[in-house]
Design a protein around this ligand. Structure first.
Ligand code: ZN
Length: 186
């Protein structure tokens, strides 16, 4: 997907939000959730994302995790390889990140000091492989594959925040009324 697909993606996202699922992201997390989902699904073409949405919609009672959406993507032509099992360390970290909504405490490590980001919450994001694709993996305690992730520190964390700022800017220019909505939900 590209930024041109954002309004259409937002529509799918909002349809899901208002379809009465349990565990829908709270209102003040909506924009963060939208950004996270868009970033994770960005490597895939919109028609595949839409197809996954159509598949997901049937039989969902709970808000789908990013990994569920990725897993629902049509396999054909997406180049998904064989899926590995997370080791207990990865699985524990992943579960903790999910519990924290992918946002950790600010960090004072050498990397974060160097990049001057010690005042910003750390972020857990999907890892990308050499082709820039997310890495679905089997989680020992989850019925569906999840995306392998990592906590960002230092300059990568700084870049994540600038990318998110750009993302919000794109959103605001794409949809009239968006700015007001963002301000009230922040
Ligand atoms: Zn750090």
């Amino acid at each position: 997907m590209t930024s041109h697909d954002l309004p259409a993606f937002r529509e799918l996202f909002d349809n899901l939000r208002f379809s009465g699922l349990s565990f829908t992201p709270p209102k003040d997390r909506t924009d963060q959730a939208l950004a996270t989902y868009f970033q994770a699904l960005e490597p895939y073409p919109f028609h595949a994302v839409k197809q996954a949405y159509d598949t997901l919609q049937h039989g969902l009672t709970k808000w789908p995790a990013v990994s569920q959406w990725v897993q629902a993507l049509p396999k054909h032509g997406l180049g998904m390889g064989e899926m590995g099992m997370m080791d207990w360390r990865q699985a524990k970290e992943w579960t903790e990140a999910e519990r924290l909504f992918y946002e950790g405490d600010p960090c004072g490590c050498a990397d974060c000091i160097l990049a001057n980001v010690t005042y910003l919450p750390t972020r857990y994001v999907p890892c990308l492989d050499a082709n820039g694709d997310t890495i679905p993996m089997r989680h020992p305690n989850k019925p569906l594959p999840v995306l392998r992730g990592e906590w960002l520190h230092g300059f990568p964390l700084k870049r994540w925040y600038s990318a998110r700022a750009e993302f919000y800017q794109k959103l605001e220019t794409l949809k009239p009324g968006m700015k007001r909505e963002l301000e009230t939900t922040r």
